[in-house]
Design a protein around this ligand. Structure first.
Ligand code: HEM
Length: 394
């Protein structure tokens, strides 16, 4: 089994003491990462949250259907690898800017035991995902990072502890039977983003690639190091999970406890995981919710908790799904499931802690994300986690 050869310093968050919503915007520029923050700012300012209500790019793009079916055989590390396109997957729509996808069936050679990658092979995959993340900055708020994290979470979050089914092992979202679940709307963008990387490293399984994509997204967006290990095997369509295993944003604390309790998470872990909503946005055409949760949706921070505590949240008046908006700028949003975290006293206790202590949140988030990504994965005995070096620290 490969052992970790790369070391990485845990990203230190800068403690915040300011209180207003607008201060979150200024604080997104961390002094230690000035140039990086500038990059994110350029992207964020392009959206001009406070003054315009321009539709997201992804909304404006006309969806196109790509219908090529391909059967290819590729050589990888001296081993052969068969790949056929999933027809069902092609029913999904993808933005026209993304080239046609060839989502393959079956495990990567690594999980078939035909090729034994080392830690440095996985670091190469990480580096390629990171490179593409930085290069393809003309998407949404300037980064595919949030949608990559969501793909990793939705492939893992179908886990059911009682039956030991679902989870990131299997990567069954490749098939329409799961990919078309309403909760998975928009995730074809993340799968299409990772597809050329799968072609470049055909030995990696989709399950490993998608979760590694989530790890890379968090780290490249200045979040904590997320230790990760390989071992997921891709499965066929018969392993698709039933619809309804992922959470519904219009519901509240009982629902959150039912969904995350099914996976085996505690109240504290449920709150820590929810802090991922510092990143990304709702898209009206995907989930029926619209707008970002924070002013820096491509930088990992504890601002989600700070804004939950410090802002006043009222119902947004619009035709779409019931959601909250901030009283100060009316440009941010919270889902009913987000606001439930300050309506429930136990959840609220954790929200308060994470709002005050960014380091604590970063540590707890890293531990719980490792747990999420590993649910139901049959790792080899003695397999060790790897830590990847972020390109932003090089
Ligand atoms: C109660 C639990 C949760 C609910 C109800 C929920 C719901 C949602 C909804 C409705 C969206 C908007 C999707 C869209 O329109 O594109 C979203 C986005 C997102 N969610 Fe969650 N989520 C939950 C938990 C999580 C967790 C545990 C994570 C990760 C650890 C996560 C990460 C994200 C990210 C990164 C986005 C932004 C995606 C993008 O910008 O494309 N969410 N979530």
């Amino acid at each position: 089994m490969a052992t970790a050869i790369v070391a990485r310093n845990l990203t230190k968050a800068i403690p915040r003491s300011t209180t207003s919503a607008t201060s979150s915007l200024r604080l997104a520029a961390r002094p230690t990462r000035a140039s990086l923050a500038r990059h994110f700012f350029q992207q964020s300012s392009r959206r001009q949250y406070s003054s315009t209500h321009e539709a997201p790019k992804s909304t404006r793009r006309t969806a196109a259907i790509y219908g090529t079916v391909a059967a290819t055989a590729a050589l990888a590390g001296g081993a052969y690898y068969f790949a056929t396109t999933s027809r069902q997957e092609l029913k999904n729509t993808i933005p026209e800017a993304i080239p046609e996808v060839h989502l393959k069936k079956g495990s990567g050679a690594q999980s078939l035991g035909l090729f034994t990658p080392t830690a440095s092979d996985y670091q190469k995959v990480y580096n390629e995902i990171a490179k593409q993340l930085w290069e393809k900055d003309d998407y949404d708020d300037g980064s595919y990072g949030p949608v990559l994290l969501r793909l990793a979470w939705h492939s893992s979050g179908t886990y059911d502890a009682e039956t030991n089914t679902g989870g990131s092992n299997g990567a069954t979202m490749r098939f329409a039977a799961e990919g078309m679940h309403s909760a998975n709307g928009g995730l074809q963008n993340a799968r299409a983003f990772l597809e050329p990387i799968k072609q470049q490293f055909p030995w990696i399984s989709y399950g490993d690639l998608w979760t590694l994509g989530g790890v890379c997204a968090v780290q490249e967006m200045q979040g904590p190091a997320i230790p990760w290990r390989p071992g997921r095997q891709d499965k066929d369509e018969s392993f698709c999970t039933p619809d309804g295993r992922l959470p519904d944003g219009s519901k509240t604390q009982d629902h959150i406890r039912a969904i995350f309790g099914r996976m085996g998470f505690t109240d504290q872990e449920m709150v820590a995981l929810s802090g991922a909503h510092a990143l990304g946005r709702g898209h009206a055409d995907r989930s029926g919710f619209e707008g970002p949760w924070t002013f820096s949706p491509t930088v990992f921070t504890n601002d989600y908790f700070r804004l939950l505590m410090e802002e006043k949240w009222g119902w947004k008046s619009w035709e779409g799904n019931k959601q909250y908006e901030d009283a100060s700028t009316k440009t941010l949003m919270m889902l009913p499931s987000d606001v439930a975290l300050i309506q429930d006293p136990v959840f609220k206790g954790w929200v308060e802690k994470y709002a005050k202590d960014s380091d604590l949140f970063f540590r707890d988030f890293a531990s719980v994300l490792v747990k999420l990504f590993e649910l139901g994965v049959p790792f080899k005995e003695g397999s060790q986690r790897l830590e990847f070096k972020s390109t932003v620290e090089e």
